[in-house]
Design a protein around this ligand. Structure first.
Ligand SMILES: [Zn+2]
Length: 338
């Protein structure tokens, strides 16, 4: 039975019953960049029966260093990541269902994408999307596994609605726009992706096979360069948490960050979710590694490839070179952050 899964069935944590549950499982892979590639490949090989892979971006040459599902040909064709991923996943395992979605995970799509899924594994790159996933998962009682990596550092936590602290219990507010490093401004090395994904995927396997006692139950931090591994107890769900205690799910009924296409200008305006004041000189220092940057006291202008980002002091940005909100949000997340 199940020859291709024989070594996994031999493993006592899974066994035949666990494999049957895996084959019947539906997993939402939210974001298919570096972490999402690693998640999707591991889950396809493990025989997770139905993978819904969601990503708003297309493949670029600079992805190939760490986004292991993609090839040079995908980058040359600028294929959407969800489509390229589905093509490769079907070659890895033709016996499971792969359902690609080329969409932005936002307040209008998140609940539809979640429908029918047993668990969500996070491969997104910004806090706005993670709060959205947190609200949707807590509302619909679906477990999700937060994961993030930048530089050589990574973090992960498993959120079981009303059983454990949620993302909002632990991080009440997202870091202010432009304050946190991103992979596009501070870089990232592949080993940390593998570490974070390994822990996230292991949690998915435990959840699906019902081994809840083996979940790690912590906020895990790793730095593969500084050789630091830490576990923090996130505590119980907070009694005043707007999501898991008060059930407000604010991100589900409002656009977390405003976005508008600027007519006739080949540009999109993105407004941050929370008002903030940007320190242009420190943002410029980060962005200098990724492109050409100039600023004065009123605005900062950053050019990368065919795009130009103009950032105002309140973190509002105009992204020139596209009319697509999803692409503009993606550029904003990558260069300005959250
Ligand atoms: Zn909470």
């Amino acid at each position: 039975m199940y020859d291709r899964y024989s070594r996994q069935i031999l493993f006592s944590g899974i066994g035949e019953e666990g494999q049957r549950r895996l084959l019947a499982a539906r997993v939402l892979v939210a974001g298919c960049g570096a972490l999402g590639s690693a998640h999707a490949e591991s889950l396809a090989r493990a025989g997770a029966g139905h993978l819904r892979v969601v990503d708003r971006d297309f493949v670029e040459p600079s992805n190939l260093q760490r986004q292991t599902l993609f090839t040079e040909s995908d980058a040359e064709q600028r294929l959407p990541k969800a489509i390229a991923a589905a093509n490769h996943l079907r070659q890895i395992n033709s016996e499971i269902e792969i359902e690609p979605h080329v969409v932005d995970i936002d307040y209008s799509s998140v609940e539809r994408l979640l429908e029918g899924c047993d668990v969500v594994i996070d491969g997104t790159d910004n806090f706005a999307t993670r709060y959205l996933i947190n609200d949707a998962c807590v509302k619909h009682n679906v477990t999700w596994i937060y994961g993030a990596a930048v530089g050589s550092y990574g973090v992960t936590m498993t959120i079981r609605p009303h059983q454990t602290a949620c993302l909002r219990c632990v991080f009440e507010e997202a870091p202010a726009a432009a304050s946190a490093p991103t992979c596009d401004t501070s870089g990232v090395i592949m080993p940390i992706i593998n570490v974070v994904s390994a822990v996230q995927v292991s949690e998915v396997l435990k959840l699906i096979t019902g081994q809840l006692d083996d979940l790690h139950g912590s906020l895990m931090h790793f730095d593969v360069w500084k050789n630091e591994w830490r576990r923090i107890n996130p505590g119980a769900p907070r009694a005043d948490c707007p999501t898991c205690a008060l059930g407000k799910y604010e991100t589900l009924w409002q656009a977390a960050e405003g976005a508008a296409v600027l007519c006739g200008r080949d540009a999109v305006q993105i407004s941050p979710s929370q008002p903030t004041r940007i320190n242009f000189s420190s943002l410029a220092e980060k962005l200098r590694r990724a492109g050409e940057v100039k600023f004065n006291e009123y605005l900062l202008r950053f050019k990368t490839g065919n795009f130009e980002l103009t950032v105002f002091q309140d973190a509002r940005s105009i992204i020139r070179g596209t009319n697509e909100i999803a692409l503009a949000r993606s550029l904003y997340a990558r260069y300005i952050g959250n």
